[in-house]
Ligand binder design. Structure first.
Ligand code: ATP
Length: 236
């Protein structure tokens, strides 16, 4: 692993009752990049990021984070190392205020300046004026921004976003773009995304999964030009 690499997997495999959800995947994420993970429904994207976050375990293969083997590490310890996984796992507490939701996300760090950290995360997503609003009363788009603030407040080295723009209006997606760009190059973003406009706009590199295997990895231009990807996914 060279110094540019933040995370890599080797031959990572997870089957479910004979379904090869993730089947021998080698993935490499560089420090400070926005890396998109795309592929048809059922390709194994959510299973792969669940393996990275520690929500589920691999049957074989390895995961290295900053050169350290984290394959068997529990999820909460991966959060401490700086791996934040948001959207499909993060649930907001609808009865609590916006502020208290983010405060709960950071509390395990027992920071001396928790209130300042919470406000900084809310400012980054533009929700500071809603700090005292009850989370369940926010619009759908604002709830998703709140989830993003909860991930950002952890100050992650790797921020994994699982279909973050799903259900957002175009104006909200533009705001989301700017927030994701603000995360790099200090941190790395792994973005699972079906919206190809968002992927092509934001990602420096893209990995395409199909039937649990890596079909291709490359720049947006390389992926667009890749015939196997076109046949399996892009439908061009
Ligand atoms: P989508 O884009 O639809 O979210 P995905 O690329 O995230 O799809 P996964 O959700 O990882 O794909 O699913 C990969 C395969 O593994 C699918 O065939 C799915 O049905 C199967 N699978 C995922 N989780 C489980 C599970 N807990 N038990 C059984 N099969 C599962």
């Amino acid at each position: 692993m060279d110094s540019m690499t933040l995370l890599e997997t080797h031959d990572l495999t997870r089957h479910f009752d004979g379904i090869r959800a993730v089947d021998g995947v080698d993935l490499s994420l560089r420090q400070g990049e926005i890396h998109a993970l795309i592929g048809p429904n059922g390709a194994g994207k959510t299973t792969l990021v669940s393996l990275l976050s520690g929500r589920i375990r691999a049957q074989s293969g390895r995961i290295l984070f900053q050169g350290r083997d984290i394959t068997a590490m529990p999820a909460h310890r991966r959060v401490r190392l700086g791996i934040a996984y948001t959207f499909q796992i993060t649930q907001i507490y609808r009865a609590l205020t916006v502020f208290d939701n983010v405060a709960l996300a950071v509390q395990w760090q027992r920071p001396a300046n928790a209130a300042a950290m919470v406000m900084e995360a809310l400012e980054r997503v533009g929700l500071q004026a809603e700090r005292d609003a009850i989370a369940g009363t926010l619009s759908y788009g604002h709830q998703r921004l709140l989830e993003l603030a909860m991930g950002l407040a952890l100050n992650p080295r790797l921020l994994i976003l699982d279909e973050p723009t799903q259900g957002l209006a175009e104006s909200e997606i533009a705001r989301f773009d700017a927030i994701v760009r603000s995360v790099v190059p200090q941190a790395t973003v792994l973005l699972i995304e079906h919206n190809m406009d968002v992927v092509m706009r934001l990602a420096q590199r893209i990995t395409v999964l199909d039937l649990g295997r890596v079909l291709a990895t490359g720049t947006p231009e390389e992926i667009r030009a890749n015939r196997a990807v076109q046949a399996a996914y892009l439908g061009e």
